[in-house]
Design a protein around this ligand. Structure first.
Ligand code: FAD
Ligand code: NAD
Length: 158
């Protein structure tokens, strides 16, 4: 299996886009991540996947916690920023959520402590035990075939 075919085929799996944040040595670090999944209700667990080359990896390991901000359709530039694809001198304002730094105006927040971590090929999978959750209504940012999209025919669920 070559890398291009892998990315081409896996790019057919539609995802949302999140920014993972953590704090290490009083510094907030953020990284764009679309590998996020719900794992268990009891206990409440989610999973994220971090490339072993990402500077985020050592920070999540050291802090032993992370927050997930699910981006809205207006936040494509923030996704590009936290993927290192957009050169911007602007500083990013984080919001505080139950004491955790998160992306301002995101659709939802999930704050976790690390429950378990496992090497998987060139990534590390982190199971996070959910400590705090919050969501608002609005449209999500969608990632499909390496491009950003928005839902056209969405009705908000109350
Ligand atoms: P860096 O490259 O150092 O940081 C990333 C960017 O965030 C830099 O521009 C940095 O300036 C900025 N930044 C970090 N902290 C702050 C702060 N406090 N204030 C302002 N700016 C800050 N990679 C994965 O491992 N897993 C995934 O699931 C994944 N999904 C992705 C999904 C999408 C849609 C995209 C576009 C990329 C995805 N990536 C994923 C790739 C990943 O986002 C990039 O490789 C990223 O650059 C790795 O970040 P890093 O931790 O090495 O940090
Ligand atoms: P892309 O076409 O590379 O992504 C399509 C799909 O391929 C992704 O949704 C993911 O499922 C898979 N994928 C891509 N790179 C991967 C990797 N290194 N490890 C595991 N799965 C991967 O999209 P793009 O817009 O060209 O991506 C921009 C950058 O972000 C690239 O460098 C890409 O490698 C990286 N990225 C990494 C991951 C990840 O590590 N899980 C996911 C998405 C994008």
């Amino acid at each position: 299996v070559d890398d291009k075919s892998f990315r081409d085929v896996l790019g057919r799996w539609v995802t949302g886009v999140a920014v993972i944040t953590t704090v290490w040595k009083d510094q907030v670090h953020g990284m764009t991540d679309n590998a996020v999944m719900s794992v268990s209700l009891k206990p409440p667990l989610i999973l994220i996947s971090i490339d072993e080359k990402a500077s985020m990896l050592a920070k999540v390991r050291a802090a032993n916690n992370f927050a997930v901000s699910i981006l809205s359709s207006e936040q494509k530039a923030l996704s590009q920023h936290f993927a290192g694809q957009r050169q911007s001198k602007e500083t990013v304002d984080f919001d505080g959520f139950m004491g955790w730094p998160v992306i301002k105006n995101a659709l939802a927040y999930i704050a976790c402590k690390v429950h378990d971590a496992r090497q998987a090929g060139d990534h590390v999978l982190f199971l996070g035990e959910v400590e705090h959750l919050w969501a608002r209504s609005g449209r999500p940012l969608i990632f499909y075939q390496g491009r950003y999209h928005a839902l056209q025919d969405m009705e908000d669920k109350k």
